[in-house]
Design a protein around this ligand. Structure first.
Ligand SMILES: Cc1cc2nc3c(=O)[nH]c(=O)nc-3n(C[C@H](O)[C@H](O)[C@H](O)COP(=O)(O)O)c2cc1C
Length: 268
């Protein structure tokens, strides 16, 4: 009697081999995700720090000039602020709250009802729903005086929340720069928030007039002969909704519920 012939193309073999291949691949992918997590976190931090430097005018992402990011970033004094009590916390107060300025995750904090505030519709001009009670800000000093202050900002555009930084000069009113390190707006439309030429025109613009936040992202181009030129940034063409989102996030974060009172304090 002859042995039953081994059929390597049997349905059972196909299923077993497919499952083994799937299992092996999933082990490789999940191990890579786990082992590379520290690298991913470090890269994210590096990118955020580059954006902070760029907003402050210390780094040009486009040319990727040879800047020692870590060394430049060390020049910043990082402070924790209480947006509810509208004041800068001492290092001791921050550490009593368990906040380490360098690693504090404001986005995570905004989801925790114990340390965030739900915004009412009328005050939620940046469409962020909740705002963390504590924030960090970055100070660059020269001869003891604040030369530049960099503030984290975020707000909704058309498709996504845009996360970035706005930097102001020591007068706490003149824009030094703006950058966005994360958003999901359409490339070529709302995504033009990353266009160096568009970002460049923010430098030198004025945030406040006597009535409060006055800076607007207007539809079309700001005209130099306009009395409001210093308070106007060109809108992104074909992306009015993203432009409005950027204007709104600036209004919110520079306003009374954001960093406005803190900036007043520094000015004083
Ligand atoms: C596929 C697609 C993607 C779009 N992406 C954006 C965007 O990222 N930001 C934005 O403001 N408008 C975007 N728009 C256009 C908006 O729907 C809207 O028409 C526009 O904001 C109006 O701006 P305008 O008055 O400058 O034309 C997009 C439109 C389409 C069809």
């Amino acid at each position: 009697m002859s042995e039953p012939k081994y059929n390597k193309d049997s349905m059972k073999n196909i299923l077993v081999v497919s499952l083994l291949v799937c299992f092996a691949c999933s082990v490789v992918v999940s191990s890579a995700a786990v082992f590379l997590k520290p690298q991913r976190v470090a890269n994210k931090d590096l990118d955020r720090n580059k954006n902070i430097l760029e907003a402050a005018g210390l780094y040009d992402k486009q040319t990727g000039q040879n800047v020692d990011i870590a060394a430049e970033f060390e020049k910043f004094e990082i402070r924790v602020v209480d947006l509810q009590e509208k004041r800068v916390l001492s290092d001791l107060e921050a550490s009593d709250l368990g906040i380490e300025a360098r690693t504090y995750d404001q986005r995570k904090a905004a989801k925790d009802p114990a340390i965030s505030k739900a915004l009412e519709t009328r005050e939620d001009i940046a469409s962020i729903s909740r705002r963390a009670r504590y924030s960090v800000l970055y100070l660059l000093r020269k001869d003891g005086d604040i030369k530049t202050i960099v503030l984290p900002v975020h707000g909704y555009g058309l498709w996504s929340t845009l996360y970035g930084f706005i930097a102001l000069d020591g007068d706490m009113n003149t824009v030094s720069g703006i950058t966005f390190y994360e958003h999901g707006e359409t490339a070529g439309l709302g995504g033009e928030v990353d266009n160096p030429a568009w970002k460049a025109q923010w430098s030198g613009k004025t945030i406040y007039d006597d009535g409060g936040v006055a800076l607007k992202v207007i539809k079309g181009a700001a005209r130099a002969e306009s009395a409001k030129f210093n308070y106007q940034v060109d809108g992104l063409s074909g992306a009015t909704l993203t432009s409005r989102g950027v204007e709104n996030l600036v209004s919110y974060w520079m306003g009374d519920d954001g960093f406005g009172p803190i900036l007043d304090g520094f000015r004083g």
